[in-house]
Structure formats: structure tokens, C-alpha cells
Design a protein around this ligand. Structure first.
Ligand SMILES: NC(=O)c1ccc[n+]([C@@H]2O[C@H](COP(=O)([O-])OP(=O)(O)OC[C@H]3O[C@@H](n4cnc5c(N)ncnc54)[C@H](OP(=O)(O)O)[C@@H]3O)[C@@H](O)[C@H]2O)c1
Length: 316
């Protein structure tokens, strides 16, 4: 595994990180989840991305990972970089989501209990809050670092102007933003016009989630009309990926697959390398349901860079 420096910080992150949004909740196969985490560590994938609401049910990804950590991997804690987040709906009532001091601090305290940890390495505000003054959110994040419950602060899905303001406030408090997290893949390049350059300009790292478009860029859905039975799109708890979404992107994925075939590179590897090759990207957060998927994705980090011609063809 190769490691990249996270913006202007002292932190190095693996090019491939593992996200636990899916596949690690109470409804998933715990033995398989354990095997994926163990193999990730062997491969040098030491960055694990969680959030309070990951599961299902919400909270259960942190609970399962926390149990694993305590029972099997506690001696590896200092080799791991563990992230969690708050900001999406987590509990009932007026304090269960968004960006108030109340929500962020209560949310992190709950996460630490589920994770069985004293601190996380990075704590993110999971999404911007249109109603809470940015000052309150940022002061809460600074307070969290000062309290020792997180070593670094990250932001997720902040539009560029708001991200710049947040970074200025954090820098003023001498708690610089470590990372900006946003979606980036061959089917969604919206970050290129704002979020990616803003992270670069602010000296923050940039970490791309869903680099395989939730599996669409592995080619598993190329057989139109037949969703593989064990795939995310076929599962009833998949909110953002379903048969309609797969059908809507089918033509674009087929065109990308044709380019991959001509280049003699599997689509999965091509999709991951394409994101990794953009200036300012620190790491990709992949999801992996099985050890084989994890190994397949990790292999992308060993591939040589894509040629300029191929980058251009993929970007058209
Ligand atoms: N900040 C945010 O708001 C936000 C939002 C979304 C995600 N994230 C983070 O990003 C992480 C990754 O997101 P994601 O799960 O959408 O990532 P992804 O890597 O685009 O998709 C992962 C899914 O693709 C399939 N897959 C992966 N590798 C494969 C392979 N080699 N061959 C065949 N299929 C493969 C698996 O689904 P199957 O079940 O179909 O096999 C896997 O669960 C999340 O866990 C989370 O940590 C953050």
C-alpha cells in the first residue's frame, strides 16, 4: 500500500481506505466483516471510515466494529486511523441531527461508547447545516479536539464557499481542517468544479467516497435487467442504489467498460486509478462486502498510472 500526505498535515493515509457504511451492520455477516477488517490491516489499509448512522440499524456499524476492535484488534489501535461523523439523523427530537453543539458533542459521545474508544482520529461534520450558525458548529468541533475526543477535524459535503469559511475559522482556532470528504467517481465529477480545488487551496486533504459508484463501476450490473442477487442494488435496505438508478446509468457504464476492455484493464481498477490520479486526492474510501472485493480494490494501488490518452478518453 502506498500512503499519501493529507494536505499540509503530519498525517499519511493509505491510497485505499475502507468505509463501513454498508456490510458491517447487525444485519450483515459478522464473520465476513471480521475477515474484511483483518485482511485490510494485512494489506496496509489502516484507515477505517465510519459514521454514527451506519448500519443498518443506525449505530450498529460502530457497535460491530467496536466489538471487533476490543476483542481482536486492540493491540493494533495505534496502527489504525479511525474516523466517525455526526450530522445525519440519528435520534428523535430536535437534537438528533444537523450541526448544533448539542448534536455534535452528544453524537460523538454516543459514537465513542459504541466504538469502545476514548478518542477517534478524525471526527467529521457529516453534512452542512443550513440553519445553525457556522460559528457554533466550528466552535463545537474545536471544543471536541481540545477535549481530546478527536485528534483531527474533517468536513463532509460542504459547498466550496462554506468550506472556505469553515477552514478559515478552524485555522484561526489552530485546529486546521484535516480532510474534506465528498463523492467522486467516473459518473459523478461535480467536485471538480469546487470541492476538490477548494480542499487543495486550503491545504486540506481530499478523500473521495463511493469511487465505484456503489458498485456500478465494477461492471456487475452490465447485464441489463438482471441485478445480481447478492448485489447492493438488489438489497431492500439500499436507499441510494436500486434498479432505476442502475438503469439510468447503464449506457454510460457500458461506454466506460468498452474503454476498459480496449485498454485491457478491469473496469474496477480503471475507475479507482482514475480518481487516485487527480491532483489533491489523498485517498479513496471504498466499500467491500467480501475479502475478494477488498483485495481486488487494493490491487488498484499497485497499478502503474493511467496514460494521458486513457485519462482523457475516460474524462470525455
Ligand atoms: N460522507 C458521506 O456522506 C458518505 C456517503 C457515502 C459513503 N461514504 C463513505 O464511503 C464509503 C464507501 O462508499 P461505497 O460503499 O458507496 O463505495 P464503493 O466502493 O463505490 O461501493 C462499494 C460496493 O461496491 C461493490 N464492490 C466493491 N468492490 C467490488 C469489487 N472489487 N467487485 C465487485 N463489487 C465490488 C460492493 O457492493 P455489493 O454489495 O454489490 O457487492 C461494495 O459494497 C462508505 O462506506 C462510507 O464510509 C461517505
Amino acid at each position: 500500500m502506498r500512503y499519501r500526505r493529507c494536505g499540509r498535515s503530519g498525517v499519511l493515509l493509505p491510497e485505499i481506505s475502507l468505509g463501513l457504511w454498508h456490510n458491517f451492520g447487525l444485519e450483515d455477516d459478522a464473520l465476513q466483516g471480521r475477515a474484511v477488517v483483518a485482511r485490510a490491516l494485512e494489506l496496509g489499509i489502516c484507515h477505517f471510515d465510519l459514521a454514527d448512522n451506519y448500519g443498518p440499524p443506525p449505530g450498529s456499524a460502530e457497535e460491530c466494529f467496536g466489538r471487533l476492535l476490543q476483542q481482536e484488534f486492540s493491540t493494533h489501535r495505534d496502527e489504525m486511523f479511525i474516523a466517525t461523523k455526526a450530522g445525519h439523523l440519528m435520534w428523535d427530537g430536535p437534537y438528533g441531527d444537523w450541526g448544533s453543539r448539542k448534536h455534535l458533542i452528544a453524537g460523538l459521545n454516543q459514537s465513542l461508547r459504541r466504538l469502545r474508544l476514548d478518542y477517534v482520529d478524525v471526527f467529521y461534520h457529516h453534512r452542512p447545516d443550513p440553519d445553525t450558525p457556522l460559528e457554533e458548529t466550528i466552535e463545537a468541533l474545536v471544543q471536541i479536539v481540545r477535549s481530546g475526543k478527536a485528534l483531527y477535524i474533517g468536513l463532509s459535503k460542504y459547498p466550496p464557499a462554506l468550506f472556505n469559511r469553515a477552514c478559515s475559522m478552524l485555522a484561526e482556532a489552530r485546529v486546521p481542517c484535516l480532510l474534506h470528504q465528498f463523492r467522486y467517481n467516473l459518473l459523478d465529477r461535480s467536485c471538480e468544479s469546487g470541492m476538490l480545488p477548494a480542499a487543495r487551496d486550503q491545504g486540506a486533504g481530499a478523500i473521495a467516497f463511493s469511487p465505484l459508484a456503489q458498485g456500478m463501476l465494477t461492471g456487475k450490473y452490465l447485464n441489463a435487467g438482471a441485478l445480481p442477487a447478492d448485489s447492493r442494488a438488489a438489497r431492500s435496505n439500499s436507499v441510494f442504489l436500486n434498479a432505476d438508478k442502475v438503469a439510468a446509468d447503464a449506457e454510460r457504464v457500458a461506454a466506460l467498460d468498452a474503454i476498459a476492455r480496449e485498454a485491457g484493464i478491469p473496469l474496477t481498477q480503471l475507475a479507482l486509478r482514475w480518481v487516485l490520479q487527480h491532483s489533491g486526492i489523498t485517498s479513496l474510501i471504498i466499500g467491500a462486502r467480501t475479502v475478494a472485493q477488498l483485495e481486488d480494490c487494493a490491487a488498484a494501488a499497485d497499478q502503474p498510472p493511467l496514460s494521458d490518452e486513457l485519462m482523457k478518453a475516460l474524462s470525455e
